[in-house]
Design a protein around this ligand. Structure first.
Ligand code: ATP
Ligand code: MG
Length: 653
């Protein structure tokens, strides 16, 4: 339950609303408990005035509420006929019901509205925190889980901040008010009538525990279901191409069945739960009538018909709030479990954050890696080993090497998505850990290896993060990325929606839009990670030509699997298993006999020559695996599927 303490700040924020809400709850219940008293009075009066057989004048006047006493004395003050008094009492009961209803309405308006405000604030807080968490966190938590915590768990917490608080305050109000008046009326009878309540509470406690355990199971299976459904949607193309729809459906059905089984189990317990509570409450009414009747027989002056009737009404009033104890307890327990899950994330401190004395820099582009070692935290894979590199302002550096050799890791470290395990990275002579994260990332133009575009317009995708970009700048960037002609062919040109419900782009188009996005920025450092892997030779040549101009005054790191001799690289680095194995200019590297670079160049030349001698359709290049999808399925063969893209190309160098 201590998990819910985190909500105190919200309750404090909305304290006025909460306070007024609780006041309304007390007022609505106050008008509620006056009804039995007015009823008791009118029953007494009718019996007396009609001189019904067996009626005995009570030995003392009932101790009613001051408001009811006032009503009675004002009625007695006038010489009204019995029927007029009955009618007046009827109207009073109606007014009391209306007042009660009015305050119930206000109660919902305050407490439930407060819970919606808290829900809104909490969602924003979680979302904001998610954004601050580092890349490593996202690698270890699946999207379904993240989504569940921000959606499902927040809704469960709202059931506590809204309905549960409301029921709880209502319960306290109705019990305290009705028991107060019951004790005043007949203390002994009150004790008998309330006797079944502890039994009720204990029963609820046990049944509730079962309900909670079942709910937890449901939540777990729902989480699995969401994660799997979401992975299936993202990987739908792979599933279709491997004709695995049936297998996936079978897997989904299995998960779905587990969820159904758990949900039905819960429904069964709940089906027993509510009638048993009604039965127990019904027993209270029975006991009231029976004990009241016995008291009346032995002492008719003390316990009369009016007393029994008033008690039956009080007991009925207690029915819903008492039966809601179980519901409320269940809501609170579920909310606590959900808040625990939310807190786990909220208390996760991002390992990469701004230091207190962060320096905002104007990046010039001088980069130094000093004996950097890097191990991915959750896999333990050491991807950079003793990595030392000096890049000066304005230099163009290429990083080549086999797949998995650590090229992208260099980019990740420069963007400070991860922290070097040891060693030091300096930008313009300042330790990267001391640089303000926002200014650092703002001044790096990065084209990631895995393209990601938002379900937005082409224009917004290109100007992403740069809201003041002019349309002409977007066009210039698209032109430099050689994608402008294709965009012009779309139905709504730059306003065409991409992705869900929008146009579906080819791999090469996506890659070029991603390049255009980087070109809109005016950065101090440019990092292109294998960003021309999905374009054909002619376009590749065109883009490189354009990039040459764009990169003239910028520091650039270009990660590639192919050698671009069109770029006059100042330095070329060859990575092998995290180590720099070769380093130098194009010509220096070519002179290393048996070197990786020289070999790569020779193969590329060979390919180019054969392309030139053969007609275009005969030349293909096989790309390295660039897409990997790990689907969580019981079918081993769907794990780690690699897609090899074979594209028609004409090598350029
Ligand atoms: P490619 O040419 O295929 O893009 P790369 O040279 O860019 O390869 P990296 O992505 O830097 O290679 O990966 C280097 C090593 O680190 C690989 O062994 C890879 O499995 C591992 N690795 C990469 N990203 C992660 C990650 N997020 N978490 C854990 N290990 C990773
Ligand atoms: Mg890579």
């Amino acid at each position: 339950m201590k998990q819910l303490k985190t909500l105190h700040i919200y309750f404090w924020k909305y304290r006025v609303r909460l306070g007024i809400g609780v006041l309304f709850i007390f007022l609505s219940n106050y008008f509620n408990v006056l009804t039995p008293q007015v009823t008791g009075f009118v029953i007494e009066l009718v019996q007396k005035s009609l001189a019904l057989p067996g009626y005995k004048t009570p030995d003392r006047q009932p101790d009613y509420d001051a408001l009811v006493d006032r009503f009675i004395s004002s009625v007695n003050g006038h010489d009204f006929s019995t029927s007029k008094v009955v009618a007046l009492c009827g109207i009073t009961i109606l007014i009391l019901a209306l007042l009660r209803g009015f305050f119930l309405f206000l109660m919902r308006q305050t407490i439930i509205v407060m819970s919606r405000h808290i829900e809104y604030d909490q969602k924003n807080e979680i979302y904001d925190h998610y954004q601050k968490l580092d890349t490593a966190f996202y690698k270890t938590h699946n999207t379904g889980d993240l989504m569940n915590r921000i959606a499902e768990d927040v809704s469960r917490v709202r059931m506590f901040t809204g309905p549960a608080i409301m029921y709880l305050a209502n319960l306290v109000a109705i019990i305290s008010l009705s028991v107060f008046f019951m004790l005043k009326r007949d203390a002994e009878l009150t004790l008998y009538v309330l006797l079944p309540l502890p039994i009720l509470a204990i029963t609820i406690y046990f049944v509730n525990n079962t309900i909670n355990k079942k709910s937890e199971k449901i939540q777990e299976s729902l989480s699995d279901l969401t994660t799997n459904a979401q992975e299936s949607y993202s990987g739908i193309r792979v599933i279709k191409s491997f004709v695995q729809e049936k297998a996936m459906l079978g897997f989904f059905t299995k998960n779905s069945e587990a969820y159904k089984k758990n949900a039905i189990g819960l429904a069964k317990v709940e089906a027993v739960y509510f009638p048993s509570i009604t039965l127990l409450i019904g027993l209270s009414t029975l006991i009231t009538i029976m004990i009241g009747g016995l008291h009346h027989i032995s002492n008719p002056e003390k316990t009369n018909l009016a007393t029994i009737l008033e008690f039956v009404m009080y007991v009925n009033m207690l029915t819903f709030p008492v039966s809601a104890i179980g519901l409320t307890a269940s809501m609170i327990q579920r909310a606590a479990a959900s808040q625990k899950r939310i807190n786990e994330f909220l208390q996760t401190v991002p390992s990469i954050r701004n230091p207190a004395d962060a320096v905002a820099i104007q990046l010039q582009g001088n980069i130094k890696f000093r004996e950097v070692n890097f191990t991915y935290p959750h896999t333990g894979i050491q991807s950079l080993k003793n990595f030392t590199l000096d890049i000066r302002n304005g230099e163009k550096v290429a990083i080549v090497g086999r797949t998995g050799s650590g090229k992208s890791t260099v980019a990740q470290l420069l963007l400070r998505m991860y922290e070097a395990t040891d060693g030091m990275i300096e930008l313009d002579g300042i330790d990267i850990r001391k640089i303000d994260l926002k200014t650092l990332r703002e001044q790096i133009s990065y084209v990631p290896q895995d393209v990601f575009l938002f379900s937005e317009t082409v224009e917004n995708n290109i100007s992403f993060g740069m809201p003041n970009t002019e349309h002409s700048e977007v066009i210039t960037a698209a032109t430099k990325a050689s994608v402008d002609k294709e965009i012009a062919g779309f139905a709504y040109q730059y306003n065409t929606m991409i992705g869900e419900r929008g146009v579906t782009l080819s791999g090469g188009q996506k890659q070029r839009i991603s390049i255009a996005r980087a070109l809109v920025k005016k950065p101090g450092l440019v990092i292109f990670d294998d960003c021309l892997s999905a374009v054909d030779a002619r376009t590749e040549k065109e883009i490189i030509g354009n990039l040459n101009d764009y990169l003239q005054d910028k520091t650039a790191i270009i990660i590639t699997h192919r050698i671009f001799t069109l770029f006059n690289f100042d330095k070329i680095i060859v990575l092998e298993d995290g180590f720099i194995v070769e380093q130098g200019t194009h010509h220096q590297l070519l002179s290393i006999p048996g070197g990786y670079y020289a070999g790569l160049y020779a193969r590329q030349q060979e390919q180019e020559d054969s392309n030139e001698s053969n007609s275009e359709p005969d030349s293909y290049r096989v790309r390295t695996p660039n897409s990997e999808l790990g689907l969580k399925t019981p079918f081993g063969r769907l794990k780690n599927i690699y897609i090899f893209v074979i594209s028609k190309t004409k090598a350029i160098s």
